[in-house]
Write a protein that binds this ligand. Sequence first.
Ligand code: SF4
Length: 388
Amino acid sequence: MPEEPEFTVTPYEVKGKIDYERLRELFGTQSIGPELLERLERAAGGPLPPSLRRGIYYSHRDLGWVLDEFGKHHPFFLYSGRGPSGPLHTSHLVPFELCQWFQERFHVPMYIQITDDEKFWFRPKLTREETARWGMENLLDILAVGFDPKNTRVMFDTRSIRAMYPLAVEVAKKIPYSTAKAVFGFPPSTNIGLVFYTALQTVPCFYPSWESGRSVPCLIPCGIDQDPHFRVTRDIAEGLGYSKPALLHSQMLPGLLGERVMSTMGDTKDNALFLNDPPKDVEKKIRNAFTGGRSTVEEQRRLGAVPEVCSVWALWRSKFAPTDAEFDGITRDCRSGALLCGECKARLIPKVHAFYSEHAARREKAKEYAESLIVVDAKRSPTAPSAG
Ligand code: SF4
């Protein structure tokens, strides 16, 4: 009998030291091999971003099919979302940065879902006004990643519900309660809002198909912890007359305090670089960050450090060393002991400050158009016949 994994990964809980290959096998997804990466690079007509080159995105469902369809002039659209319960931190941007790369290279539409309803239902202490306010704040940070406003639409659940609801009722009818309960492990005390949310999270995956009356492939970059949501979506897709959404799964970046995932939960303010942190806090958090260094300088020079367990290395890997020459140099010098952790952190801090100030400028600009991207009415009559 296979051993029980020593970790838990669901959309609502990530616990333990994750073995990502084991998780991929448990979830039944495909690994992203070099051939698929080369194919993607050829289709994109330019180099892959660090998150793909360095294996942060390591698993997928049907990416090859999306590329097949694209080759037949049947383009896809992108979908990612955010449950707003507080400020975003840098690792929250990982899926959006990949979406932005896809949008720029493939000129495809981006759908952003802001699930202010879900976070209100899920977090007992949050009010509806707070989740809506965080929804707008988070949306500005997401748009600051650089999406093309002319090719981007936002489904803000409590504000876009008039457009979403006709499709949501069709989706909800296809999902038995037993499926939602089995996938998400809802205890009897779960409020019925959270149960219905399973249908709402599915809506953007089919929305362009539903609105246009023809099946449009959907590609969803997300953390692998979100895969269970989309397994439900994939199970019902064909019954509704749509294609199954394809997925690209990332590993979760470690928190600054060690192996825990960067999180907005509980007492973890020092565990992540929040996008609203002032520069002095950013610097302090990096200086205090957990590393793979040794206990003395002499030992580190002699034995080298261990980048794979280091939260600072994870930041270099994700985006702060955009060229492979720089990233490979840091990794090599870390392993050999030529680079000490203090020097490494001091080198990283100005790069993170530069990112924050560029991000703030783009965020300011996004205030001019964010409202106009929120979907209010569907571009089709709710009484038009559905595809399925
Ligand atoms: Fe981490 Fe840098 Fe120290 Fe290596 S040298 S363990 S990458 S802080």
